[in-house]
Ligand binder design. Structure first.
Ligand code: CMP
Length: 380
């Protein structure tokens, strides 16, 4: 996909997501500071979030993700460009009207801002009181949402008696209680252990399925990438990729489980995944022939291959590689011909990177580079 096209992808390609976008970001710029100190933090961003969509935004810290999130949340004023949220043009709203928009959004921020003198239950009730809930329904809903987040036994505890993860879950309960149509979350699972993090994203999925809500999550947590319908990557204030995931999430998840790729951060993982192609080989097929020039790196997704050095000669060497192993790195690193023949033992599915993608990945990640060189030296 061409870099310039990525922002043009329409979320309407999802058959299960209908209706106009809940968020429409159009050529959005944003600046901090004034005069000579003016610094552009967002540059020409375009994005649509459809009803029922879970969008995960990744990117290095300082890349502008949180600024974009707070603009969408009507917590900052738009300076340049268009921004429609929940059917309202934020550029045309007065401050009191912006407050109304904010009320319809569920916010989950890193600093949870709970009222310390109120119990978990009272904190959630208080957020519901801003909306027209009938008192008994309100109490039942507060209890229900806290229980869904595994806080049923802690509902009368005050924040000081709760762990960091529990406080975060109260904040999440508070944001979800009113069944908002749009939820904006900044690192919602960062303080949670794996089980609680999973519970939270499952709850997000439930909301999406049952209420058609949209969720926009800024995160570094690659354990939750699999729930995304769309992964947006922001670098230096600009959205540089915006991809529908089905295939790519599966690939990211797979990459994160392979030793060589496991330490890559989500943004990098997404970038590498975007450059990979899937190739399929029949049993007996020569994927690589010893002595030929090399232009590709292979990562085995499924199946076994034989690596054969000097086939048929005295001193022939054989080794079997399996799912998660990679090959074809030597010729790319040294520029020399392929040092072995690699043959499919059974049907093999591999993800491949061309030379440019391989070099880019090596240049961008020291840990990836180290893993590749480690294998390279071990195979000498
Ligand atoms: P390359 O030389 O580009 O092409 C053949 C590939 O086979 C090589 O990169 C390695 O990835 C792999 N290979 C070569 N020798 C060994 C070995 N001794 N053990 C495992 N893999 C090897």
């Amino acid at each position: 996909m061409d870099r310039d096209d990525v922002n043009q992808l329409s979320a309407g390609q999802f058959p299960h997501h209908s209706g106009p976008p809940l968020v429409r970001v159009n050529r959005l710029n944003h600046y901090f500071g004034e005069g000579e100190a003016r610094n552009q933090v967002l540059t020409d961003n375009n994005l649509e979030v459809m009803p029922g969509e879970i969008v995960i935004m990744t990117g290095p810290s300082g890349s502008g993700k949180t600024t974009l999130l707070t603009l969408i949340g009507a917590l900052r004023s738009v300076q340049e460009g268009g921004l429609d949220v929940l059917g309202r043009d934020l550029t045309k709203l007065s401050p009191p009207e912006l407050v109304e928009v904010r009320r319809d959004i569920g916010f989950i921020f890193q600093a949870h801002n709970l009222f310390s003198s109120l119990s978990a239950y009272q904190n959630v009730c208080m957020s519901l009181q801003q909306h027209a809930w009938d008192p008994s329904a309100l109490k039942a809903r507060a209890e229900e949402v806290l229980t869904m987040l595994d806080l049923g036994h802690r509902i009368h505890y005050k924040p000081a008696s709760l762990s960091g993860g529990q406080k975060q879950r109260v904040a999440i309960a508070r944001a979800l209680a009113n069944r908002p149509k749009l939820i904006l979350a900044d690192e919602p699972t960062a303080a949670l252990d794996e089980k609680s993090g999973r519970r939270v994203v499952e709850l997000f999925q439930k909301l999406v399925r049952e209420d058609g809500a949209s969720i926009f999550i800024v995160t570094h947590d690659n354990r939750i990438l699999d729930v995304a319908d769309r992964i947006v990557n922001m670098v230096g204030g600009k959205i540089i990729s915006n991809i529908l995931v089905e295939e790519s999430v599966a690939l990211c998840l797979f990459l994160s489980k392979c030793e060589a790729f496991s330490s890559l951060r989500p943004a990098m993982l997404t970038k590498v995944a975007e450059q990979m192609r899937k190739e399929v080989f029949q049993p007996g097929a020569n994927i690589i022939r010893q002595g030929e020039a090399g232009d590709r790196f292979y990562l085995i997704r499924r199946g076994l291959v034989d690596v054969i050095v000097d086939e048929g000669k005295p001193g022939e060497f054989r080794k079997i590689l399996k799912e998660g192993d990679f090959f074809g790195e030597k010729a790319l690193l040294t520029g020399e011909p392929r040092s072995a023949t690699v043959r499919a033992r059974e049907p093999v599915e591999a993800y491949t990177l061309d030379k440019a993608g391989f070099n880019e990945s090596i240049a961008a990640s020291d840990s990836f580079k180290q893993q590749i060189y480690k294998a390279y030296f071990q195979r000498q």
